[in-house]
Design a protein around this ligand. Structure first.
Ligand code: AMP
Length: 280
């Protein structure tokens, strides 16, 4: 496995691999890799000859008072994990490699991005769509794998790829959880063991809501939201939003339709911002 930091070198590698007829899959990450990320590598290996994992803590997707500075960075460990899992390339550029000092071009999706995380993190998705576009131009993947942990993000990327006729197949992979149900996240590192245990109430509430919806045949979105909020909120957990959305587009729906919706939540658990969702 090779670590590449220069965009030019990455481009040259991809150009020659493609000239040899090789298929490339990209797994974009911000590093601090866990089993959730590694499951995306497994999926990518099923789809392509060459798997590129990008590790880049993207400054443009963080707000001014967010955790960009304290976000965990551990490239050596990440590269080892990628190698063990069978990735071919770790692409780990610096922010200066990716953004010229006077960079002034952004890609923004303007519908889905207005809801859910877009409300509390106003420029977040603009940063995501911009960096994913840049990574697509550098790595030239045939396909890219994204986790449904960030369901709104993958909906926005699918919309961007459709709207801009980008030739990359977007592949979704399921959420990987710890033994207690907490969705794996690099931000779980901000919590101690007890907090991580407490934060499992988020997933538990989603599972309970799903049961309630099924047994009571409930399609009332306000009732579902209230149920989820009541089951999550406590002294430690503050719900930022709980929404019933279309499972594919992540746009809010006015009635739940069985098999077609998802409950998405964002929660401050102590000092840690967590998101999770469940298909219903
Ligand atoms: P991040 O490093 O948090 O930007 O995530 C990089 C990719 O990994 C995104 O496509 C995420 O959706 C995905 N991912 C993160 N956590 C999980 C998880 N627990 N299960 C599946 N995919 C995940």
């Amino acid at each position: 496995m090779k670590i590449i930091s220069s965009p030019q070198e990455m481009k040259a590698f991809s150009t020659s691999a493609k000239a040899e007829g090789k298929k490339i899959a990209l797994v974009p990450t911000m590093g601090a890799l866990h089993d959730g990320h590694l499951s995306l590598i497994d999926k990518a290996k099923e789809l392509a000859d060459i798997v590129v994992v990008s590790v880049f803590v993207n400054p443009t997707q963080f707000g001014p008072n967010e955790d960009f500075d304290k976000y965990p960075r551990q490239l050596e460990e990440d590269a080892q994990a990628c190698q063990q899992r069978g990735a071919d390339i770790v692409f780990a550029p610096s922010a200066n490699d990716i953004y010229a000092p006077d960079a002034s071009t952004f890609v923004s999706e303007e519908q889905i991005s207005q809801y859910l995380c877009g409300q509390s993190r106003p420029k977040h998705f603009r940063g995501v769509t911009t960096v994913v576009s840049i990574l697509f131009n550098i790595v030239k993947p045939d396909c890219a794998v994204f986790g449904e942990k960030d369901a709104q993000q993958v909906s926005i990327i699918e919309r961007m790829v459709r709207d801009l006729f980008i030739d990359v197949e977007i592949v979704r992979a399921p959420i990987i959880r710890d033994e207690n149900g907490l969705a794996l996240s690099s931000r779980n590192k901000y919590m101690d063991r007890l907090e991580r245990l407490g934060a499992t109430r988020i997933h538990n509430a989603l599972v309970e809501a799903k049961k309630m919806i099924e047994t009571e045949n409930c399609d009332n979105v306000d009732r579902i939201k209230a149920y989820v909020i009541n089951n999550i909120a406590n002294a430690k957990a503050r719900v930022i939003y709980a929404e019933v959305v279309d499972a594919k587009t992540s746009l809010p729906v006015s009635r739940h339709e069985t098999g077609k919706s998802r409950i998405s939540v964002a929660v401050w658990y102590g000092q840690t911002r967590l998101i999770d969702n469940i298909q219903i």
